[in-house]
Design a binder for this molecule. Structure first.
Ligand SMILES: Cc1ncc(COP(=O)(O)O)c(C=O)c1O
Length: 324
């Protein structure tokens, strides 16, 4: 009898093939019609179907796989209050790496839950200004310097972040919807997801003499739009997790983004609630922000075929979305 592990799903588009039964669950996410729109004209790429329920599993997988090919690392370090932390914890667990994560004090219990569940060492840091030596990103840098054979992921600067989405997420979206899509809409934080996916989709579309309009979404006070349009920054202030961190970053490839739209926090939360309560789709507030923009395009442009990326699922936001 064969001892080869049975493939768990069709991972043919993954640039990071693996025999690991858990890591092989990353990617190859479904795309479904949004039930609140005209059939076939607004489709949701459900990144919430990844093992830690967000698209950050892909960058953790891609960046760490390539790091191990290039260096003899035994520890991985990252600063994150969000989905990247849980994703790095999971992938490090499966790759046999020690994982050290730093996060600010206000980090939600569910996010810390993912980190600890997979055995990461969590360093909770005070909520101080970003130039303070105890800021969680400074602490991560220090840990990486002090530790031998440690790899710092650094999702805010690492070009591996958008590049993984160029090679993987964008290729999947094109395979699922390339024939008809006219618009790609997604929330932006580091910008990695939309930048990489957009570049891939524009290249594929241009090769067939077409174009796909790429629309980035941020919060009204998260300053990606202001950077994109060269306007003065506003004080950073949003409760929507994952939307911007106050300006342009090297992981934002603005050349592949046509337009930015800013969404009020209340609209992002309300859209996420509607998706669950009326349509049975459990999504996070940043996906709610993107969905509200996707619905605007769907309604105002009758010929549009919109794809929006559901960055994460709603289970981490039962408290903020539903008061549970
Ligand atoms: C919930 C959520 N939505 C959207 C984003 C934005 O993704 P990216 O950083 O690739 O722009 C993030 C990133 O942290 C996120 O956690």
């Amino acid at each position: 009898m064969s001892t080869e592990p049975a493939p768990t799903h069709n991972a043919s588009l993954s640039p990071f093939p693996t025999d690991d039964p858990v890591l092989s669950l990353i990617g190859d996410t479904p795309m479904v019609d949004y039930p609140g729109a005209e059939r076939g004209r607004l489709r949701c790429k459900l990144e919430s179907e990844n093992p830690t329920r967000s698209m950050k599993d892909r960058i953790a997988m891609g960046i760490l796989t390539e790091a191990l090919e290039e260096g003899d690392y035994d520890t991985v370090i990252e600063a994150s209050s969000g989905n990247t932390a849980g994703a790095v914890a999971l992938v490090a667990n499966r790759l046999g790496l020690t994982c050290k994560l730093t996060c600010p004090e206000h980090t939600s219990r569910s996010k810390i839950g993912y980190m600890k569940a997979f055995g990461a060492e969590v360093h909770t840091c005070p909520d101080v200004e970003s130039d303070h030596p105890e800021h969680y990103r400074a602490v991560a840098r220090r840990l990486a310097e002090e530790e031998d054979n440690a790899f710092l992921v650094d999702q805010y600067h690492n070009q591996g972040n958008p590049t993984v989405h160029y090679r993987w997420t964008g290729a999947e979206i094109w395979a699922q919807a390339g024939a008809e899509m006219t618009h790609l809409v997604s929330a932006m934080g580091t910008g990695g997801l939309l930048s990489g996916s957009a570049r891939r989709i524009k290249e594929e579309a241009n090769a067939t003499g077409r174009d796909v309009q790429v629309v980035g979404v941020d919060a009204q006070h998260s300053n990606i739009s202001t950077s994109f349009y060269g306007e003065e920054a506003v004080p950073y202030n949003t409760s929507v997790e994952g939307l911007g961190k106050g300006g342009e970053l090297p992981t934002m490839w603005f050349d592949y983004i046509d337009e930015m739209r800013s969404v009020p926090d209340e609209v992002a939360f309300e859209q996420a609630r509607t998706a669950a309560q009326k349509h049975g789709l459990l999504i996070g507030p940043s996906a709610g922000a993107a969905l509200s923009v996707a619905l605007d395009i769907h309604t105002s442009q009758p010929d549009a075929h919109v794809v929006t990326i559901i960055c994460d699922g709603g289970e981490q936001y039962f408290d903020t979305l539903f008061g549970i």
